[in-house]
Structure formats: C-alpha cells, structure tokens
Ligand binder design. Sequence first.
Ligand code: ADP
Ligand code: DAR
Length: 345
Amino acid sequence: MDYPKLPKKCKSLLCKYLTPKVFDTLKNKKTINGFTLELVINSGVQNIDSSIGVYAGDEESYTTFAALFDPIIKEYHGFDTQDKHTSNLNPDDLNTPNPDSEGKFIVSTRIRVGRNIDNMHLGAVISQGQRDLVESTALKALSALEGELAGNYYPLLGMTKELQDDLYKEHLLFKEGDRFLDAAGYNRNWPDGRGIYHNHDKTFLVWINEEDQLRIISIQQGGDIKEVFIRLVSALKVIETEVTFAYNNHLGYITSCPTNLGTAMRASVHITLPNLAKDMDAFKAITDKYYLQIRGINGEHSANEGSVYDISNQRRLGITEVQAVQNLHDGVVALIGAEKTLAPK
Ligand code: ADP
Ligand code: DAR
C-alpha cells in the first residue's frame, strides 16, 4: 500500500493525523480479523470532504491502529489514551425539566445509542452470514420487550418503497448508507439483514445493521427530554440482559465510527429558532459553550429546513449518558432564552 494522495484542501482528521510516519508505522498491520489500514482510511481517501474519514472494522482496530485513532479521538472528544470512560444511565441524576412546556420551540426530541455485538465484526467487514446472525440475535432480544416497548420488525428486504419513504419522512428510518459509509463497505449486500423495529406508538425504534449493528432510539414530539431518556433506558435494561455488547473501560461502547465511542449516544432536539438563525455567530457561541452540534433535520450532512435545526451533544466519550443529556438540556435552555431575547418586541 502506498501513502494515499491527500489533497492540501482535505480538512478531515484523517488528513491531519495520517502523517507519513504514522502511515509507515501502520501500513503492514492487520487485526486478528484481517482489517487493514487501507480499510480504515478508504472512506476518507475516497471522500476528501469527510470530517473524520476513518472507520473501525472490529474492536481491535482501535488498538492495532491506535497511532491514527488516538489523536483523532483526542481531538474529537478531548479524551486521552489513559482516560477511562464511565457510564451513567440513571434518569434520577437528570435535572432536565421540559425547557419548552408551552411547545413553542421544540418540535421533537430523540435520544439514540449505538451498540455492536461483542466479538462480532463491525459493519465495514461483516459477512452476509454474520449480518443475518446480528439481525436474528437482535430480534430475539427485542422479543423480550413488553408493554409500551412491544412492537414489530420490518426488514428492508421486501419493504415497499412507499413504506420506506413514509418512515423516512417521519424521521424514523435510515436512508441507504451514504457515500461515506459506502466507501467503508457498509452498503454491501444491501438491503439484506437491515431493518427497523418499532413499537406501536413509533416512539421506540431499533435500526438493525445500519452504521452500527443496533441503533436503539427513543423519540417523541415536544421537549420532554427526561421522558425520552427514561423510555430508552427501560429498553436498554431489557435488551442488555439478552445480548452482550462490545464495551471496554477505556473506550466505552465500541462503535464503527470513533465519533460515537463511549456512550455512543446522540441526544437531539429539532428546534425552531428563527431569530437566532439570523445571528449564527450568537447561535454558534451558545452551541460551542455547551458542546452541541448543529445539523440539518433530515439526517447527517443534510441542510436545516427553514429555521428548524437538529441540535445535539457533540461529545460522546469521556462523559456519561446523563452528562450528555444534561449538556443538551442546558444548551437548549440557553438557546430558547437567546431566541426570546432576540424576538422583536
Ligand atoms: P443519527 O446518527 O443520530 O442517526 P442522523 O442525523 O443521521 O443521526 O438522524 C437520523 C434520523 O433521525 C434522521 O431522519 C433525522 O431526521 C432523525 N432525527 C434526529 N434527531 C431527531 C429529532 N430530535 N426529532 C426527530 N427526528 C430526529
Ligand atoms: N462520514 C464520516 C462521518 C463522521 C461522523 N458521523 C457518523 N459516524 N455517522 C465523516 O468523516 O464525515
């Protein structure tokens, strides 16, 4: 493998940290599952507009290719090689009264976590048979869900385009893997082994074999962040008695992309901020202060629609789930306060 051609305009963390020295250190390494440096970096080499540009193929990737992953993890999460990750999923530790009880700003709230089955290849190199095993293992675990969480599974294989489009428009279903995931091998054998489980109210969802093997999601209209968190935690308690997920005390929950390590949690609101939208410097000053990320409302890499934004926690590793959700809540309180101040008198 030769050192990749990375144009000067490339701003990804891959381009920043894959120095010729790091390349020479890693170029002949392989994980026990045969995952190579070439596979780690292919997405970022093919897509020079990547923000990160790397994916892991298994848990061991994070140690085998540490010379590249560690500086990326340090820059994205502020998390060092000797740091330990801790988890806290106790809703009693949240102080998150609904920041928008009158329903004027927050359209909806969603909290998701990524999970991958222990000792199973990640999506970049998983075989079709392993992907089918992930699907059947996940479905067995989900069959233990009762009450509000009980629901049905809808495999993508055989799903009508109409149902797919409807679920996607409702912000419930993932789109086919984007070009970043495609270049990392995530779209192989599409749509085999992929699908969505949802409860009858469509407030609890599980995506199977998207970017991570499971994306476990609680979602509802409005801003009752705590209620969304409680539903997610209740589901995790059941699911995690049925299946063991990849986790270690340094990196927390193991995920395909290093940005999702640790809690693997993204807690988000879709929120209408027409006045702040006119003052993006003020907007970003608040989101920066609370370590929040601004996205469009139709998924990652999408644009915002009008003045509705997807606001979520940026950091996922080195903070607990409670801290990530508290960050979101406190940041949303500040955003709503600023929005009210900027509103015409
Ligand atoms: P993730 O990695 O969390 O899945 P994406 O930005 O790709 O992030 O979002 C996935 C889907 O979830 C998209 O359809 C998006 O519209 C939807 N979504 C994310 N946050 C919310 C929210 N707070 N309310 C409603 N839908 C949401
Ligand atoms: N394509 C990757 C996305 C990085 C973070 N988002 C994830 N993992 N969905 C990039 O480098 O832009």
